[in-house]
Design a protein around this ligand. Structure first.
Ligand code: SF4
Length: 237
């Protein structure tokens, strides 16, 4: 009589999570249907651990779950008041560093940043709005880039390089001066290789990169996160 070998497990908030060797804590949690808040992580792409929203406490130390390898017997805490407080502060910082006016944004209802904010119970932006100037790029006939909505998650950078095979995007500058830059002679989308059908656009978690002329194709109320918490609809793009 044959039997399936028992998979190794770790504990996430007291729940045993089975994993395959090589999986991260985030990947194993997602496979088990357990939600850990995140922004720069996407199942289709290599993790970079930059947004820190998926930080969990592992054996007493804080680490990004998207990059931490799962291992037998690990004790991981995620849904704690302290961690969710810090996650909310990170999301609030993103809101004040950019300009995220959800009621006026075509991505509202489909926006991962907005959905994570709702999930964390964010009622205000807490910090003083910086309102920095962000360069808008409307030069392309079919694609627009509003850097005021960009959270520097690098998903478009990874998608353009790995899926579209174009490497249209990169992050330039340092610290608060970091911004998404475009690989073209002028630095504008108009003479880059980008196309509205690129994975780089569909994977953008906010309204920073959008195809033109498709406003309200999906009515408000019928969008991905409308009427349901992100834990019920985790994979969105
Ligand atoms: Fe992320 Fe979108 Fe900004 Fe690209 S444009 S870094 S996908 S938020």
């Amino acid at each position: 009589m044959s039997h399936t070998p028992t998979r190794p497990t770790f504990l996430l908030d007291g729940q045993p999570i089975p994993f395959e060797p090589g999986q991260t804590v985030m990947q194993a949690a997602q496979a088990a249907g357990v939600y850990i808040p995140h922004l720069c992580h996407h199942a289709d792409f290599e993790p970079i651990g930059s947004c820190k929203v998926c930080s969990v406490r592992i054996q007493g130390r804080v680490a990004t779950s998207c990059t931490w390898p799962a291992s037998e017997g690990l004790v991981v805490e995620s849904e704690t008041p302290a961690l969710n407080h810090d996650r909310q502060r990170l999301v609030q910082m993103l809101f004040v560093e950019g300009q995220h006016h959800c009621p006026f944004c075509e991505k509202s209802g489909n926006c991962h940043l907005q959905a994570v904010g709702y999930h964390l119970g964010m009622q205000d932006t807490h910090f003083v709005h910086e309102r920095p100037r962000h360069r808008l790029d409307a030069s392309h006939p079919d694609v627009m880039l509003d850097r005021a909505r960009c959270i520097l998650c690098e998903l478009c950078v990874r998608a353009s390089r790995e899926v579209d095979g174009k490497s249209v995007f990169a992050i330039g500058g340092r610290g608060l001066n970091s911004e998404l830059i475009v690989n073209s002679p002028s630095g504008l989308l108009a003479d880059s290789a980008v196309a509205a059908t690129d994975r780089a656009l569909s994977v953008c978690p906010t309204g920073a990169l959008l195809p033109k002329r498709v406003g309200f194709a999906i009515p408000i109320g019928q969008r991905h996160y409308d009427g349901a918490d992100i834990t019920q609809r985790p994979e969105d793009t």
